[in-house]
Design a protein around this ligand. Structure first.
Ligand SMILES: Cc1ncc(COP(=O)(O)O)c(C=O)c1O
Length: 373
């Protein structure tokens, strides 16, 4: 009886515990509150406080970066990058992204021009860039999709040949490498995100990594209303600051960065090994560098298959995410439609499966079994 009761309870719990596509990686609460005590004691909540400065130093040390300007979120990081480079005109970007890439371009008064993607890497196809360059083109903004490194060399060569700037949307790219260095160190500026869903998070947050000291200093002024060190307004800046409360979370979480990275990689290959013989599924391909395995996207043979798999998983309280869907070039409320057939096709067939630190192997086994059924 007791056994039956327990089984019934287990079943109920099983039903009641949903599995989402991601859950934030969080340090133990006591470690966070310990850092908050200092915030309370100092009474400094923002304005480039000591924890923001410490977080920037620790991120640089951990990711082997020369600089990192911590900001309020990844969208503002892209806007700040555009502003720091004083861009005005057309920016060639990828339609296979989160809408923020495009809204940031538009908020800075520039025009997004869509370059279709490579169907295997899911990144902007460098062979398609040059045909899109006009007299108004000022920059290229590729995205390292799901942390998969773009062909940075090819993009750099095109940019140099045509006198264009390169801003990478590296929202997913923390922890990825290419040619032995952090992927965040490519382009004139890389903008990244420290959002709750990212591998390393400050709840909301982001950052800019600049190619040189001049740009780095300019980004810091833009973040603080355009003020210089003497409080004179010398730039057309705005408020891009991160709070001490968020920085404290980042400092607590950064201690677990290696563990989170390792866990993602282990689970990524666990999934892949067990799904590799499924004929209805294919995977994103890495050609350049080492990704961070921060997402586990699967591409189905058709949207129909995707929808039936999604329905089946949902029935079992498993909620993967159609990401990126739809292709951003089809958001006609905010952009004029420019065809990008590969991105439009992939976005209809791609699903990101649950992948996060507290996800259990038993949960992955269940997802795999449902997919292979
Ligand atoms: C590719 C990409 N770019 C930009 C952003 C914007 O970052 P944030 O949410 O920190 O503003 C995201 C957010 O998830 C993203 O996925």
């Amino acid at each position: 009886m007791r056994h039956i009761q327990e089984t019934e309870q287990d079943n109920r719990m099983e039903k009641e515990r949903p599995i989402y596509v991601t859950m934030p990686s969080l340090a133990p609460l006591e470690e966070y509150t310990e850092l908050l005590k200092g915030v309370w004691e100092r009474g400094i909540l923002t304005h480039n406080g000591p924890l923001v400065q410490q977080l920037e130093r620790e991120i640089c040390a951990k990711l082997e970066l020369d600089n990192f300007v911590v900001v309020a979120n990844g969208t503002i990081a892209i806007q700040m990058a555009i502003r720091a480079l004083a861009l005005s005109g057309e920016i060639i970007t990828s339609p296979f992204t989160w809408v923020a890439t495009v809204s940031a371009i538009k908020w800075e008064g520039c025009t997004p021009v869509f370059c279709d993607i490579d169907p295997e890497t899911l990144n902007m196809d460098p062979d398609k860039i040059e045909a899109l360059i006009t007299k108004d083109t000022v920059a290229i903004m590729p995205i390292h999709v799901f942390g998969n490194p773009c062909d940075v060399e090819a993009i750099d060569n095109i940019a140099k040949k045509h006198g264009l700037r390169v801003i990478y949307d590296g929202a997913h790219a923390i922890g990825s490498h290419i040619n032995g260095k952090s992927l965040l160190q490519y382009g004139d500026i890389t903008a990244t995100s420290l959002h709750a869903t990212k591998l390393f998070n400050t709840a909301e947050g982001g950052g800019c990594i600049a190619a040189n000291n001049e740009l780095y200093k300019k980004l810091k002024r833009i973040r603080f209303f355009g003020h210089d060190d003497n409080k004179n307004v010398v730039e057309d800046g705005f408020n891009g600051k991160l709070t001490e409360v968020h920085a404290a979370l980042g400092l607590a979480n950064i201690k677990y960065y290696d563990e989170v990275l390792e866990d993602r990689k282990r689970k990524y290959f666990y999934y892949k090994e067990r799904l590799k013989d499924n004929r209805k599924i294919s995977f994103q391909k890495t050609i350049h560098g080492d990704p961070n395995y921060s997402y586990f996207p699967v591409i189905f043979d058709s949207e129909e298959t995707l929808l039936s798999v999604e329905k089946k998983l949902n029935k079992h309280q498993i909620f993967p995410r159609r990401y990126f869907y739809p292709s951003v070039n089809t958001y006609t409320q905010i952009v004029a439609y420019q065809p990008s057939p590969i991105s439009e096709d992939i976005s209809k067939r791609i699903l990101c499966l649950p992948l996060y630190l507290t996800l259990e192997i038993a949960d992955i086994d269940k997802i795999i079994a449902l997919l292979n059924e």
